[in-house]
Design a protein around this ligand. Structure first.
Ligand code: HEM
Length: 206
């Protein structure tokens, strides 16, 4: 995450996400002992021992299969989201949904008139936050997510509108199921940080 965001980076932090090379080897050895049958492959077929000696194929749902890196490691999350094009598509769906579904009217109305700029800012922020180009910083400078929301009346209801709108938009994307789950878990962290920062505005300090 870019400097000054004041919320935790979606980096490898939990046990699954922190799976390093040595952990993979250990996990693989455990699978060798515990699993008498070859593990099913992605399409249900069984993967057999290869000539290179890779006995079994095992992966975590928290891993980007194309880069073989856990989400949160390097640019694995950015790649899993389809890069800048994938994130711009997600943000477009998010704002389209927010503007057309009355469940999200409250948070839509909190935004400035020019939603094109809002779309551009969120898409650029997400690129950097997920591990690749710092596009927000290049165009708009440093950002702290709680700070840029500090003037708004965002309570639990508004936080949950935002997360629901984002969850439904993420569900529409061609992302791997494991990445969708991971992404929403990570987004909860800054969303809750925003709510806490705004709590004084809505007298909902907890
Ligand atoms: C908790 C629920 C949230 C609500 C209701 C919300 C709502 C808003 C609103 C109304 C604005 C426009 C502020 C203004 O220009 O006056 C905004 C800006 C922004 N939001 Fe959120 N937001 C939420 C959570 C998040 C999260 C979790 C992220 C990032 C992961 C995020 C990223 C941004 C960014 C990058 C901007 C543009 C900041 C700028 O002006 O440069 N927001 N948000």
């Amino acid at each position: 995450m870019p400097d000054g965001t004041n919320v935790s980076v979606p980096a490898a932090s939990g046990p699954d996400q922190a799976m390093s090379g040595i952990h993979l080897v250990i996990a693989w050895q455990i699978m060798r002992v515990q699993s008498p049958q070859p593990l099913p492959g992605r399409n249900g077929e069984h993967r057999r021992k290869t000539s290179q000696g890779l006995g079994r194929f095992c992966y975590s749902p928290r891993m980007n299969l194309s880069t073989a890196k856990p989400f949160g490691s390097g640019d694995a999350s950015f790649q899993a989201a389809g890069g800048e094009a994938g994130l711009r598509q997600l943000v477009d769906n998010f704002f389209d949904r927010m503007s057309s579904d009355e469940r999200f009217t409250t948070i839509y109305d909190l935004h400035p008139e020019d939603k094109e700029i809002s779309r551009d800012k969120l898409a650029r922020f997400l690129c950097g936050w997920l591990g690749d180009p710092k596009l927000y910083n290049e165009k708009y400078g440093a950002i702290g997510i709680p700070r840029v929301h500090a003037h708004l009346a965002i309570a639990t209801a508004e936080r949950d509108q935002w997360l629901t709108c984002m969850t439904e938009s993420v569900a529409e994307q061609p992302f791997a199921p494991g990445f969708k789950t991971y992404l929403m878990e990570q987004l909860y962290v800054p969303a809750e940080a925003v709510r806490r920062r705004c709590a004084v505005n809505v007298e909902q300090v907890q």
